[in-house]
Structure formats: C-alpha cells, structure tokens
Ligand binder design. Sequence first.
Ligand code: MLC
Ligand code: AMP
Length: 467
Amino acid sequence: MSLLSWLAEATDERPDAVRVGDDAVSWPRLRGLAAAVADRLHGLDRVAIEATPTLHTVVGVTGALAAGAAVVPVPPDAGPRERDHILRDCGAQALLAPSGTPVPGGGPPVVPVDLRQASDTVHREPDPRDTALILYTSGTTGAPKGAVLSRRAIAACLDGLAEAWAWTPDDLLVHGLPLFHVHGLVLGVLGPLRVGGRLHHVGRPRPERYAAAAGSLYFGVPTVWSRIRDDPAAARALRPARLLVSGSAPLPEAVFSGLAALSGHRVVERYGMTETLITLSGRADAPRRAGTVGTALPGVRTRIVDEHGAAVPADGAAMGELLVRGPTLFEGYLNRPDADAASRTPQGWFRTGDVASVGPDGWHRIVGRAATDLIKSGGYRIGAGEVEDALLAHPRVREAAVVGTPHPDLGQQVTAYVVGDGISDRELIDFVARHLSVHKRPRQVRLVDALPRNALGKVQKSLLGAE
Ligand code: MLC
Ligand code: AMP
C-alpha cells in the first residue's frame, strides 16, 4: 500500500481538498502536481525543501516522496548557520525552493515547485523501509541532529492516530503549524493524505483563523490553545467541531478547563517526539482527563524506569524516565552513531528523557524532563547548547548560559545569562535571530558580571532559574 494511500486513490474532484492559505487544490490535481515534481526529482536520494507554510511545500514534499527521495525540511527562517549545517549534514542533492533562493557555497541546485505543471506519471511505490523524512531536531548541546524516519514508521503512526481519534475521510482538519516538524508536517499534512479528509492550513495558528475555518478536527500546540482560550469568541466558534487535539508540550489544566467551558470540548492530548513520532494519546471514544497524555498507540510499548533502569510501579504516582519502543520509532540520527547509541538502552528501548508516571489503567502523565538543557517554547524544542554557541559567536560575548524559564503563553521561554563587554540585550536577541531560526532567539537576556559555577567550574544552571 502507498504511504499516502488516500491521495493515491482519491477521485473526489472538490476543488478545496487541500487548502493552504489562499491556495487550494482537489485530490487529483494535487496528485498531478506532485507527479510533475517527482518526474523532475526522479533518481535522487535526498531532497531538501524550504518548508514555508504554502501549497508549494505540500506539493514539493508529496512529489519528493512519490519520487522515493528522503525529504529534508529546512525551517524557512533558519539563519545561515543553521541552514548551512542542515544542507551539508544531509547531503541534499536538490533544494525545492523558489528560484533565486540563496544556497551556501557548493550547496545543492535549487529546483522550484511550479503549481502550473502537472503530470500523469504513476511513480512506483518505494520500499516501506526506505527513508521518508529526515527531521532536524535540537539536542542538549551542539548543532541539530537529523532524525531518520522510515515510510513504515510514519504509516504506523498515522494509522494509530486515525484509529484513536476516529479520523475519517469525512473530517476537515484545520491547523496553522509550521511544516518542518512532526506536528505540522507528519500529522498535519501527511495525515490527511493517508487517512483522507480535507485539510485547511490557515498560514499561522491565530485564534480568529481557527474560528473562521469551520473544521471538524483541529490541531494545536498548548500556546495556540491558550491563545484561543483567551479569545472567547474564537473558542465558542469551535463548538461545532468534532475533536480538538493538543500536543508537543504540556497542556496546562487551566487551559483545558477554560476551553471546555467556552467551546464544550475536552481537548484530547497526545505525546510524542521527533524520534518516536506519536506514541501516547487520548481517544475520541474515551473520557478525556486533564494533565494526562492517554494510553499507548497500537504496537507501542512503554516502560518507566528509575535511575538504575528498574521499572517503577504502575500506580499513577511513581515517576521515572519514560522509555518507548514500537513501529513508530526512528531509524537513528544521520551521521551520528555516538548520539544514536546513547539514545537507546542495550535492550533497544528509546530513552525519551521525559519523566512520567503511569496508572494501572495504562494512562500516562508527563511530569517533566530529565535534562534541563532542552527547552520547549511554544511547542518548539530548543537546545540550550545551540543557543549558547550562537551567543558565544558574538565577538563581545565572553560567557553565556541559556535556560528555560516559565512563561504564561509559551510554557517556557529561552532566557540567556550573558557576560559581555558593552553590549545590549536587544543586539544579542537580534544576533541569535539572524543566525538561528527566529523562535530560538532568547526572549530575555540578562547581562551579568559572572555566571555561578561550582568548584569544578561547571555553570550551575539551577541557580539561574532553570526549570
Ligand atoms: C520576532 N520576530 C523576529 C524577531 N523577533 N524576527 C527577526 N528578529 C527578531 N529579533 C518575528 C518572527 O519572525 C515572526 O514573524 C514573529 O516575529 C513572531 O515570531 P514567533 O516567535 O514565532 O511568534 P510567536 O507568536 O511567539 O509564536 C507562537 C507560536 C509558535 C505558537 C505560533 O511558537 C509556533 O508555531 N509553535 C509551533 C511549534 C511546533 O509546531 N512544534 C511541534 C514540534 S513536533 P512572522 O512574520 O513569521 O509573524 C513535536 C512532536 C509532537 O513536538 O509531539 O508534536
Ligand atoms: P520534539 O522532538 O520537538 O517533537 O519534542 C519532543 C518533546 O516534546 C518530548 O520529549 C516532550 O518533552 C514534549 N512533548 C510532546 N508532547 C507532549 C505532551 N503532550 N505533554 C508534555 N510534553 C510533550
């Protein structure tokens, strides 16, 4: 069966099967546009794409997948440092982007996606074990790593979610999430192309755009749901929907209950990672409980262990690190066997780094993270080390320590403590925003005389308000 099985077969000619911003296409038209992209990419193994929230991205990703290439989304606001790293590390042979897009020296040729060009070539379905996506994601230190995701892992994830959420071709999915991560791209674009059901991507996840879209199924990160809760007219407009889903970061209980009061919906929460795709979720046909991320999806197994690797009791209270295994797991980090080995136990469980508890009924709660150096801000995963490296590249910065601090809208915000010479906080925020993706910039910079260090000289982040 094709990875994008619904798209491969759909005959429905309605002109708005897939709408992104102001552009819309029918299923057969999308198939034809993607086939034209696949014709041009035929024979390539790895194709990067400038992942703007546009129909061009949907067509480009679909076409590259049809051609059997591994797709590498590049965040459109990635600064030169991040873009250079991604393109070099993945060895992309082409970059799908508007003509004239600058590429670093020796970078791949730019191939534009042309929404006027369709083809009726039927490309052979690649092996399910082949790579579908390489998604770059932050670790605690260094530059982002490419997580290699197979076609069958994505298929397993989407089929599990379709079952849990009763997602069918009758749904209209609405969201406005970025198209370079699991949430917006895998669930939010490949989901409808496999499961069926129309898609309306509203460009950016603004409350009034969600309200106006009249969808049946909505996806958002907690920051989006909290902004909708704070806009009662938008929240009330979601009453006719079938299901609201939250993920990528913890949904505060006050947002859950505020939305329930205004919209009549108890949001379904699900949990996942770039490396594991979605592994736990609430269900459409089960009660929703605030503060929990539900039960294991089909084929997924979980284990919660103490610091010695021993399983903690499934009593809803004992906490430990969450380990997962199952058909949705990634193949490994590209070019990083060291990081790969460290991410799994000798028995093959993936270490999520999240601290969790599980009840006797299999309901999981995520209670925190084991490492403080991974920050979740607005649903984006941000490595403290990468932001520190960017700050240290500024000639007047001598020392830098980055932590996540509580933020009412974003969950956590990136806060930087900097020792520098004659430099302003604004200058440093803009400097990071120019070199890395804009969402990785510190929201606050505190200029200090010295960083707190222990006797071994290691920065004591717990004294800096780190969560
Ligand atoms: C601000 N801007 C700057 C700037 N400061 N530009 C240049 N220099 C500066 N110093 C601009 C930005 O470019 C942007 O412009 C605008 O200001 C706001 O930027 P922002 O920080 O992105 O906006 P904000 O409103 O705070 O974003 C909130 C948000 C966003 C919720 C919309 O964080 C978001 O989309 N989050 C989703 C993350 C996500 O999908 N995560 C899933 C990971 S997968 P402009 O022009 O663009 O408005 C995963 C697995 C799983 O976790 O379980 O799902
Ligand atoms: P990413 O790799 O960007 O997909 O981020 C994965 C991380 O997001 C996980 O390790 C969790 O820390 C966090 N996360 C995702 N979904 C949830 C959720 N529902 N509740 C709490 N944390 C979540």
